[in-house]
Design a protein around this ligand. Structure first.
Ligand code: EPZ
Length: 418
């Protein structure tokens, strides 16, 4: 067990390089199953979620190893083992490996996925989408058994622009004769990255980034070398931390248009931002201004994965903010920990009202999910005095070395074994 010990109340200063995107690397690793040739994923982040996904592909017979920061995955032969709950329980994104296994083997056996406790997180859109491709699916005591022997391409209309379901269907169609069209597809940058990766392997995916994606199946895909996009949520997390503590920070390895929904709202709270190519500088000298209403929604709207981090700094705003969480039904669990620090927050269903206070004080805090944990770190960096953040295993799922990131920015933060 570990905890982060943070002495807060100091402005962040300096510069830091943003890691490669977890939510781009995960589907790309799953898509390596689509070829029997070696794939090199450059600058792959070293995270618990990445390890969990690698455990799954290795369970299927793939070889995977890091050489420095580059990850080589080779799925020359696939063993159709049941992907049991020990493997799928650790992460939500295990579910979209179904599409790549079906594409390659026309059969798949996988237990229900796990992931952050931020809502029910059903998989009905994944199941209905694959059934739309004539995959026969039955649930045998918690194992989803898929028979794709009669799979055929089709037009699939998603009731909701689900990121994972879009990725599942893109991979399911990649080696499927004919054209698979996904209508009401998710538009996140990670979807575009997956499309570009499949095309780098010789695939024919078009329309990614829009609401209609076309996947023309090919007979074979070849290996490639690919560098996924920077992590827009890690970038936003550092920016939100500066909004909380004040200071002057430059983040490197960022795609500004990927976080436009975040930076536009940061400016409204009083942060000053300047873009220089793939770097961005943020300065903040006062307490944040409140946001009358902050609503999460699908890309390119304000991302749900940045909701906890914004709440953390809005606790010190010069007025009241209303946060509406439209994607997940229980993503405010972390707020009870912020209240321990003196925050004034009221939560009802999917709405949080944050009445800004002049300052927070340090406390003993427990993270219970990935982005909620990041919010606690941000609040601790801004609070007067010392805080301890337990539950680092949640934070390490998505942040490569959060204490190094903020330590580089003059924060007093250490990881302690307990
Ligand atoms: C991806 O999860 C991300 N994870 C999440 O990031 C992110 O919060 C989410 O997209 C939304 O942007 C990865 O990419 C690995 P969805 P995913 O399917 O694919 C409902 C993080 O912190 N839904 O777009 O699971 C669902 O309940 C994580 O990095 C169904 O109803 O998200 C939710 O309300 C957390 N049925 C909404 O759609 C389904 O079959 C969004 O889910 C699937 C989803």
């Amino acid at each position: 067990m570990q905890k982060l010990v943070i002495d807060g109340g100091k402005p962040l200063q300096g510069e830091t390089v943003i890691q490669t995107a977890k939510n781009a690397a995960l589907p790309i690793i799953a898509a390596c199953i689509l070829t029997d040739e070696a794939v090199v994923i450059e600058n792959c982040p070293k995270l618990k979620d990445i390890d969990a996904m690698l455990d799954i592909v290795k369970h299927l017979g793939c070889k995977a190893e890091f050489n420095g920061n580059d990850l080589t995955v080779c799925c020359r032969d696939i063993e159709l083992n049941v992907i049991n709950s020990d493997l799928t329980g650790k992460l939500r994104s295990s579910i979209f490996i179904m599409g790549s296994i079906l594409s390659r083997c026309r059969k798949a056996y996988i237990s229900h996925p796990g992931g952050c406790e931020i809502g029910l997180r059903p998989i009905d859109l994944h199941i209905s989408g694959l059934k739309g491709l004539s995959v026969k699916i039955m649930d045998d005591c918690g194992v989803i058994c898929c028979d794709g022997s009669e799979m055929k391409s089709n037009i699939i209309n998603l009731d909701f622009a689900s990121v994972g379901a879009t990725e599942n269907l893109m991979m399911a169609g990649a080696l499927l004769e004919g054209e698979t069209v996904i209508v009401n597809a998710a538009r996140e940058p990670e979807i575009v990255d997956l499309a570009e990766f499949i095309n780098a392997m010789g695939g024919k995916v078009s329309g990614a980034g829009g609401s209609v994606i076309s996947v023309v199946g090919v007979k074979k895909l070849h290996g490639c070398r690919y560098r996924p996009i920077p992590d827009r949520i890690c970038a936003g997390t550092v920016l939100a931390a500066v909004a909380a503590t004040g200071g002057d920070v430059t983040i490197k390895n960022v795609v500004p248009e990927h976080i436009f929904g975040v930076t536009e709202r940061l400016k409204k709270t009083g942060s000053r931002l300047a873009v220089h190519g793939d770097s961005m500088r943020i300065t903040m000298t006062n307490r944040p201004k409140p946001l009358h209403k902050l609503e999460t929604n699908v890309y390119p709207a304000f991302p749900t994965d940045m909701q906890p981090q914004f709440c953390a700094f809005l606790t010190r705003a010069t007025g009241s903010s209303v946060i509406v969480e439209n994607l997940f039904e229980s993503r405010f669990g972390y707020t009870s920990e912020l209240v321990k620090m003196g925050a004034n927050i009221t939560v009802k269903d999917r709405i949080a009202v944050v009445n800004g206070v002049p300052s927070l004080h340090g406390a003993s805090l427990r993270a219970s999910d990935l982005r909620g944990g990041a919010a606690l770190v941000i609040a601790a960096l801004a609070a007067e005095g010392r805080s301890a953040v337990f539950g680092t295993e949640h934070i390490d799922r998505g942040y490569e070395n959060i204490e190094r990131t903020f330590g580089e920015l003059a924060a007093t933060i250490h990881r302690v074994q307990i």
